[in-house]
Design a protein around this ligand. Structure first.
Ligand SMILES: [Zn+2]
Ligand SMILES: [Zn+2]
Length: 394
């Protein structure tokens, strides 16, 4: 930077640094207004990101605190419990409202979600709804096709323009002051959570020394390592789920279904399904599409804390069946053409392809029959009917 330009802008630089420091604790502090901030070009705000860098750097603490099986298992357990909060709460409740709860239940869910250290529920929901509106087009804040892999994975959350929450786009949530407070002071719960791991570790060192852990060790494993892994696991959906896997539905974006991502992210890997139909509580549309978040939400619904889990409509299941059928035919045709040197296959595969084509034609001609589908779909529809259960009093 030239001397003249630096002397021309010192107040701006100072104001930016000061604003970033305040934003560590008050994320709604935007001296020039959130709208102006959102208009800025994509650029990493290093000052604002220092807590995020500390989160990653804290993992190196393992060099000093060492390892114990107990601490490592705590890190795994808190990864799973909080990945469920990201997927089942921030995503399937706050972003898409795929089920209902009471106001108190909603507050409990927001508290649970805040332990994930992925900012407030309203910030998360606003950006996620924006992603669905602009998936893989230039407006999308985290498309690997528009901005490249690393920007979609981690870069976008370090950019100044993505820090503010646009409350006008999440009015259904912004009408609850308790949610707005948690969203504004989004470091409060993470700091309490981190202190909690340290306190529990210290108590265990004093009262259960056989576990071999202590305050600093549990802080590093259960907070820093677990939370960093949780961040990157979640980010895989922004980056990898638009690059890796199969596309069942011909959506306008490049979302994909991936078994591996579905395991890492407890069901969110069925991302192409989700982009096709966002309002259902389940992302895995069939029993073999493992969706641990959905099983968890279903179990919680038995307690009465949440209710009205939304099913996948029959029309979408029919569309899925047709898409799978066409994919099978295409695969058979490819196989018939790709290995002409195998004489036996030469006879069998084209015949199989011909049968498949004939079956597809017949299936299309008899769509209502297809609509009955496998029993699993009927189960879900009846279990999740919004009227199946009356809400408990708030
Ligand atoms: Zn997506
Ligand atoms: Zn979504």
């Amino acid at each position: 930077m030239s001397e003249s330009s630096s002397s021309a802008h010192p107040p701006l630089t100072f104001r930016r640094v000061a604003a970033a420091l305040v934003q560590w604790f008050d994320s709604d502090h935007t001296p020039d207004g959130p709208e102006k901030m959102r208009q800025e070009p994509d650029k990493v705000d290093w000052m604002r990101c220092i807590p995020f860098i500390i989160l990653h750097g804290g993992c190196l603490g393992v060099i000093w605190v060492g390892f114990s099986p107990f601490a490592a298992w705590c890190a795994v357990a808190l990864y799973v419990v909080r990945m469920f909060a990201v997927t089942g709460i921030y995503h399937r409740y706050f972003s898409h409202k795929t089920y209902s709860t009471s106001r108190f239940g909603q507050f409990l869910l927001a508290l649970w979600g805040a332990t994930t250290v992925q900012r407030g529920a309203l910030w998360w929901a606003y950006h996620h709804r924006h992603h669905h509106q602009h998936s893989d087009d230039p407006e999308d804040a985290h498309s690997p096709h528009v901005h490249g892999f690393w920007w979609s994975h981690i870069g976008w959350i370090t950019s100044r323009r993505n820090f503010p929450t646009d409350y006008s786009k999440v009015k259904d949530l912004a009408k609850f002051p308790e949610l707005v407070w948690l969203n504004r002071f989004d470091t409060v719960i993470p700091i309490l959570f981190a202190i909690g791991t340290y306190v529990v570790g210290s108590l265990l060192a004093a009262y259960a020394p056989q576990l071999g852990t202590n305050g600093p060790q549990l802080l590093v494993w259960a907070f820093f390592i677990s939370t960093t892994a949780l961040f990157h696991g979640t980010s895989c959906i922004n980056s990898m789920a638009h690059l890796m896997g199969k596309r069942r539905f011909n959506t306008t974006d490049d979302s994909r279904n991936s078994f591996i991502l579905a395991i890492i992210c407890l069901g969110e890997g069925w991302h192409n399904n989700h982009h096709r139909y966002q309002s259902s509580t389940r992302n895995g549309f069939y029993w073999w599409e493992i969706d641990i978040t959905y099983y968890g939400l279903k179990a919680i619904s038995w307690t009465g804390l949440i209710w009205g889990l939304k099913p996948v409509p029959q029309s979408i299941m029919e569309e899925a069946a047709r898409a799978d059928h066409h994919a099978t035919i295409a695969a058979a045709e490819r196989a018939a053409h790709s290995h002409p040197e195998y004489s036996s296959l030469k006879k069998v595969v084209p015949a199989a392809a011909a049968i498949a084509v004939a079956t597809a034609t017949a299936a299309q001609a008899n769509l209502p029959k297809k609509a009955e589908g496998p029993a699993i779909h009927k189960d879900v529809s009846s279990l999740n009917h919004p009227d199946a259960k009356t809400p408990p009093s708030a």
